[in-house]
Design a binder for this molecule. Structure first.
Ligand code: PLP
Length: 469
């Protein structure tokens, strides 16, 4: 190729106006007022950069600003935002677990906007303890002598193991060496805490004598882990907490129970499958660890509750400082714990419990009421039906138990029978792309929206107006 030859005229692409010219264009004025120069400049540059790789040359300022404005809207949208969790899993870890009551949101916003007495004893005018804001409430609700709060239950377990069994053995049943979603594996946490794992029993059967034989001079702690996300059935044996607690007291070894889900109430009284309470565990163990955002229905945190002298030692552990939580967590947790002081109204006021205790007949009625409203709004060729389904509690609580519920099922149109999977994927993508994304579940050839967790019906309908695939 001759380097001196001029390029053919047709190859000279139209060039977009310069960034300076665009910033001065009348189309820029509104965006500049709304977002400021740097944000608009950033959006122009990224639109032009995309344009260079696109097929058509981007030269018209009006076309450019249509994209710049769209980009600015997108850039301004928070990354973390609310969604409709219609997956059927009420406490969905990936979707933020427990929804909080307005009392908690108000308490959080009060302390986040100004200074607070987070670690300040107002009566004495001196430094205080942040756990004081919730400790008495936790003790009252669980029967524990003392309690502290850390970042989550994984942190609570890490802290207990490190404080009581660093450089020593922790005895755990083989049937309880569990992995809980998000890479929390009991043996790994134990190693990181500096404690050596001493496994006893077998996967399906562990007896009191297995523990009794394992306890020795190296033992720092005996731990029982609640089988959160699975169940062993058949020829099984595990040791009751009461018996294990008695053995540990006789041998003067601390006994901890990792309960996982922090259930403070009698589930059966609310018509739910029975689930051990923190109070029952506290009665037998020296220390109990549990999450704040599973069945307890509050904010992400981990709680250690139990004997006063053990907690005093744990509080002094440097890991407590590293794992401590912010004032917003204490504010939300305190507000939720206060709701528990009024158990008669708890199932109305605590969202997690309200959703878990919704009557199936009520959810079915809601589904039938919504069906025509949804069918007229959604133009996707779908056949929409009301069908029974099963909700799960989630977060590893009661893994085997399900709650009968009702869903809206979106079946693919007949003609797409072969591309059914693609159609279902596109439909769920479209639901996820809504201003307030709707997350459902694909099963048995349909996209299903479990209505157990749909409280804001009007908000849901408003945003599917004009929905087309
Ligand atoms: C959920 C769970 C954990 C982890 O709790 P996070 O609050 O998610 O950190 C630990 N142990 C058990 C038994 C659990 O169920």
């Amino acid at each position: 190729m001759n380097a001196n030859a001029p390029p053919p005229a047709s190859a000279a692409p139209a060039r977009p106006p310069s960034v300076e010219r665009l910033l001065a264009a009348p189309e820029a004025a509104a965006s500049l007022t709304a977002h400021g120069r740097s944000a608009v400049l950033h959006a122009i540059r990224s639109v032009l950069a995309d344009g260079r790789t696109g097929r058509e040359a981007l030269v018209d300022p009006i076309a450019i600003f249509a994209r710049v404005d769209a980009r600015l809207v997108q850039d301004n949208r928070p990354s973390l935002r609310p969604v409709f969790n219609l997956t059927g899993t009420v406490l969905h870890t990936n979707l933020g677990r427990a929804p909080l009551p307005p009392e908690a949101a108000e308490a959080v916003s009060r302390v986040m906007l100004q200074a607070s007495n987070l670690e300040y004893d107002l009566a004495r005018g001196e430094r205080g303890e942040r756990d004081d804001h919730v400790e008495a409430l936790i003790c009252r609700l669980t029967g524990a002598e003392a309690a502290l709060v850390v970042n989550n239950n994984a942190a609570a377990v890490l802290l207990v193991l490190n404080a009581l069994a660093m450089g020593r053995e922790t005895i755990v049943s083989r049937g309880e060496l569990v992995e809980i979603g998000g890479s929390f594996r009991v043996p790994d946490v134990m190693m990181r805490a500096g404690s050596r794992l001493r496994e006893v029993g077998t996967t399906n059967r562990t007896h009191l004598r297995d523990y009794a034989e394992a306890i020795g001079p190296e033992t720092g702690l005996v731990m029982k882990v609640h089988q959160s996300n699975y169940e062993i059935r058949g020829f099984t044996a595990e040791v009751e907490e009461a018996a294990l607690g008695k053995l540990c007291r006789e041998r003067a070894i601390p006994f901890a129970v990792d309960l996982g889900s922090g259930n403070l109430i009698d589930f059966a009284a609310y018509g739910l499958p029975p689930e051990p309470t923190v109070r029952e565990a506290v009665a037998n163990a020296d220390l109990v660890t549990f999450s704040g955002d599973k069945l307890l229905g509050a904010v992400q945190c981990g709680i250690v509750a139990g004997r006063r002298e053990l907690l005093a030692g744990i509080r002094k552990n440097p890991l407590k400082r590293a794992l401590r939580v912010d004032k917003m967590t204490y504010a939300a947790l305190e507000a939720v714990l206060r709701l528990y002081l009024h158990p008669e109204r708890l199932h109305e006021r605590l969202p997690a419990l309200r959703l878990l205790t919704r009557k199936t007949t009520e959810i079915e009625a809601q589904a039938r009421r919504l069906l025509p409203e949804v069918a007229t709004r959604i133009r996707a060729g779908a056949r929409v039906t009301v069908e029974p389904c099963m909700s799960q509690i989630g977060s590893g609580a009661l893994p085997v138990e399900t709650l009968p519920s009702a869903c809206l099922a979106f079946h693919p149109p007949e003609q797409s029978a072969r591309g059914e999977g693609t159609w279902l994927k596109r439909l769920s993508e479209r639901f996820r792309g809504l201003p307030m994304p709707v997350i459902g579940r694909i099963s048995d050839g349909a996209l299903r929206l479990d209505l157990r967790t749909l409280e804001d019906e009007a908000g849901f309908l408003a945003q599917i107006d004009g929905f087309a695939l």
